[in-house]
Design a protein around this ligand. Structure first.
Ligand code: SAM
Length: 274
């Protein structure tokens, strides 16, 4: 491996001034980047998808960890810098110019892959919910290691009876294990964003039987759409929901945020049943 120039030099040489519209906040501390790349466990010989490599800081760390990286970047200004990385790690990095929202990762890999990314904040939640929403489980991805605004990360790993608990928590936890892997101070980024960040690590778990993803989505949408209301009000538009609550012995006077994920799953199962 050729010695790589410092990231600051790469950014200056290629004129990669950060663009807010593309959610660009770059990480330049190589030790921090190596710690992030270690979160999924050994990546030696593993396929990894990185969304938004930018100047390539995290990409380098993933390559140093021995991963085969496929990276999707929308900002073509970054491509020459990434081409230098491709040359430094022959055959280990493939860069695709494009919008990650429009590319199905299943078309990029034959087998399992990890997703590791310092996500652009403006599209991070949409990508994350998309990766978690397939009807087929387990998914093709083996793990997700993703940087979010800390407030979003806390919603993903939150527990019932907290203000952070909502649809994102149910989606992330009903058939996956989601944990807060690392907090990252705003000063670690160039330029620093206004808020703190955190990395969430998600691994697929066994999906509860007999539950349609779509039905769980409809249920949580209704229940948390009016989270201050009692369930008897918030889910009454969902056919069969009130009866399901009664059958399962769930008090309809409760509010959505008091229901455990198992309870949401049980109601969705009752509604999914043929
Ligand atoms: N990985 C780099 C790092 O950690 O320093 C950059 C992270 S920066 C927060 C987000 C990156 O995502 C930027 O390079 C930006 O151009 C890219 N990006 C933004 N929207 C994108 C999209 N829809 N598809 C692919 N890349 C995108």
């Amino acid at each position: 491996m050729t010695a790589l120039p410092p990231l600051r030099e790469v950014i200056a040489r290629h004129g990669l001034s950060a663009t807010k519209a593309l959610g660009q906040n770059f990480l330049l501390d190589e030790q921090l980047l190596d710690r992030i790349a270690a979160i999924p466990g050994s990546l030696e010989g593993q396929d990894v998808l990185e969304v938004g490599p930018g100047p390539g800081g995290l990409t380098r760390a993933l390559l140093r960890a021995g991963a085969n990286v496929t990276a999707i970047e929308m900002d073509r200004r970054c491509l020459p810098a990434l081409a230098e990385l491709e040359a430094a790690f022959p055959g280990k990095l493939k860069v695709i110019e494009g919008d990650a929202l429009k590319i199905d990762p299943a078309t990029l890999f034959d087998g399992p892959y990890h997703i590791v990314s310092n996500l652009p904040y403006n599209v991070g939640t949409v990508l994350f919910t998309g990766w978690l929403s397939g009807e087929t489980w387990p998914p093709q991805w083996a793990s997700l290691t993703l940087m979010f605004q800390e407030e979003v990360a806390r919603r993903i790993v939150s527990e019932p009876d907290t203000s952070a608990y909502g649809r994102l928590a149910v989606l992330a936890q009903w058939r996956s294990k989601a944990k807060l892997a690392m907090k990252v101070h705003r000063s670690a980024f160039t330029p620093p964003p206004k808020v703190m960040s955190a990395i969430v690590h998600v691994e697929p778990a066994t999906a509860p039987a007999g539950v349609s993803m779509r039905m769980l989505e409809r249920l949580t949408e209704a229940a948390f759409g009016q989270r201050r209301k009692m369930l008897r009000q918030s889910v009454k538009g969902l056919p069969g929901a009130l009866l399901a609550l009664e059958t399962l012995g769930i008090d309809p006077q409760r509010r959505a945020e008091t229901l455990s994920i198992d309870e949401f799953v049980a109601v969705a199962r009752a509604l999914t049943a043929p």
